[in-house]
Write a protein that binds this ligand. Structure first.
Ligand code: GLU
Length: 456
């Protein structure tokens, strides 16, 4: 039975690199019908924080990587001491005072020799232990070192495959020596390649290495992020990029992971997110967008009680200043209108802001380009056309517009762009006639009139 583990230290948030390590472990467990174990490596009691534990657990849950078992190293100190004492008794370790006034430390004696591992990704790697110093197992404060706790845990938790970042390669021979000294079975190792930033260096905050929870806050979909992380170091073949996680489970094997470093490209992630957003169920997307609109004060839930708004709970009201009622179905229609062009969920409130406020900001460049000449006459004529409509629907709006430009003998674009800018503030967006339809006749007219009155 395959048993893999993800072993984060709660000294910081879960970042992109950790997210990918978790993914590959989780995926391998699913692919082999094995178990995915989560081990919180909180031996450093000063740097470990409960808030990071929570952040890591929440991020893993959000990504969909549910674990079968969870352990905290801080609760297992007696087990490490027991194993260290065994090594002491067998003469494989000794005690020493590393500082004058401190208590003793238990140190492992390193014998010179060669250690070979058959890494599942990088094949054979050989290490010369003559280059490795004796290793501290238990520090003078009684806490175990990472390498020692890791070996005791991987062995006692029956871990079959250790899949982790290749920044741990130098730890591997140290750990193998400990397995051998303790007479424990050595697991298989798979070291995942580094993830580089776009500029070649290590991922840093500057190049996009923010926490997984930040991506969530920025409006990325978990499925898109998982798909992107997957392709950072693995390919399903046939040049496929979008892959459903269930299918990935069927195709994945850790030995197919790339050896070479991956590059984290935010643009590519945005592309993935857009692909997923495009295809996301609009109702579900609306559920995620509504709280953001409430936060922006774009919509207010009727009798809003201050708690988070359960999105499916009936009708919503636009900001009370305007007290325009807007129901959920209307919002879902707006989501449908914009979802193909969103890179993140949060983009919606930027793209669609003009639906939620009368106080629209007109992009100065757009104004200069499309509204510098006096279009009062054309705008008035368009208002008349809208007023004359029997039915206010998308087709009729379009038809009336087409008629108008024909009568005026001008090109459509000579009026489409100025109207769009006047009523939305932007040069791009969904089809103008759909925008007018969802904005409604009164609001469209009011915005055009306001423009006329101001005289541009
Ligand atoms: N706590 C270590 C880390 O976060 C785990 C390394 C390992 O997987 O062995 O890097």
């Amino acid at each position: 039975m395959v048993r893999v583990r993800f072993a984060p230290s709660p000294t910081g948030n879960l970042h992109i690199g950790g997210g990918r390590t978790a993914l590959f472990n989780w995926l391998y467990a699913q692919a082999k019908s094995g178990k995915f174990i989560l081990r919180i490596e909180d031996t450093d009691q000063e740097r470990s924080k409960q808030e990071y534990v929570e952040e890591i657990l929440n991020s893993l849950k959000w990504l969909g990587f549910n674990w079968d078992e969870i352990y905290y190293q801080s609760k297992r100190f007696n087990i490490y001491t027991e194993y260290a004492n065994k090594l002491l008794k067998e003469g494989r370790a000794y005690k020493e005072k590393l500082a004058e006034r401190s208590s003793e430390t238990i140190i492992f004696k390193v014998n010179p020799g060669k250690i070979k591992i058959n890494d599942l990704i990088r094949q054979e790697i050989e290490f010369d232990t003559a280059l490795i110093k004796d290793q501290v197992l238990i520090k003078s404060d009684g806490t175990p070192t990472y390498n020692f706790a890791c070996v005791v845990d991987d062995a006692t938790m029956d871990i079959t495959h250790v899949i982790r970042g290749d920044d741990h390669i130098s730890n591997t021979p140290k750990q193998v020596m400990l397995y051998e000294a303790l007479g424990l079975a050595v697991p298989k190792f798979a070291h995942l390649p580094l993830i580089l930033g776009m500029e070649g260096g290590r991922l840093s905050k500057r190049t996009g290495a923010t926490a997984i929870s930040d991506y969530r806050k920025m409006g990325y979909l978990a499925q898109a992020l998982v798909n992107y992380l997957l392709l950072l170091s693995w390919a399903p073949g046939e040049n496929r990029e979008r892959i459903d996680i269930k299918e990935a489970i069927k195709l994945f094997d850790v030995s197919d992971v790339n050896k070479t470093a991956a590059t984290f490209d935010l643009k590519k992630l945005n592309w993935f997110n857009n692909q997923y957003l495009k295809n996301e169920d609009s109702e579900k997307l609306a559920d995620q967008i509504i709280p953001l609109l409430i936060e922006k004060n774009y919509i207010v839930k009727e009798n809003f009680d201050g708690s988070a708004c359960p999105p499916s709970a009936g009708s919503l009201t636009i900001n009370p200043e305007r007290s325009r009622r807007i129901d959920r179905q209307y919002l879902v229609s707006l989501v449908k209108l914009f979802q193909a062009r969103l890179s993140t969920i949060n983009d919606f409130s930027d793209w669609a802001d003009f639906f939620f406020t009368e106080d629209i900001t007109i992009d100065p460049k757009a104004k200069e380009k499309y509204l510098s000449s006096d279009l009062s006459r054309e705008f008035k004529l368009f208002i008349n056309k809208l007023d004359g409509l029997d039915k206010f629907d998308i087709d009729s709006i379009e038809e009336s517009f087409r008629k108008l430009v024909e009568e005026l003998g001008i090109e459509s674009k000579a009026l489409i762009h100025p109207i769009r800018v006047a009523i939305t503030g932007k040069t791009i967006g969904p089809g103008l006639f759909e925008v007018i339809y969802y904005l409604g006749k009164d609001r469209t007219k009011a915005r055009l009139l306001k423009w006329i009155e101001r005289g541009g």
